[in-house]
Write a protein that binds this ligand. Sequence first.
Ligand SMILES: [Zn+2]
Length: 155
Amino acid sequence: MCLICDRIEMIKNGTNPYFVKELETGYVVIGDNQHFYGYALFLYKNHNYSELFQLDMPERLKFMEEMSIVAEAASKAFGPEKMNYELLGMGDAHLHWHLYPRRKGDIGNYGNNGVGPVWCLPFDKIYDDSNRPSAEELEKMKDALKTELEKLLQA
Ligand SMILES: [Zn+2]
């Protein structure tokens, strides 16, 4: 069982409240937890591959191109100082990009005196229920990201 396949199934059923937009190679969603405000993910459309290098080159480049457009849209929608891009996969091997808007001080004093990747922050803080967006906040975030995405895709 794969959590990402489950979420994609919910998108297809119209029951995923985090879904923003379908692109050619994947699905854009807002992250469940928003300690890093504007955190979004870009989920590859299927579970057939676990490594970026397994995609044939046109598909690989398209997936990366679309990821960078999602990152640009998130940056415009949520106004961070810097975007972080991560394709990990030790938890769920399904190809998915974590797109983290970053701001100074967002990991407190963790990491190297407050400097480091998001994962320097303990998991119980990243995934604390208190940083889940309300239904209203979630709608606002989805609208903002979708608006910026559509502008970039039309350009
Ligand atoms: Zn999967």
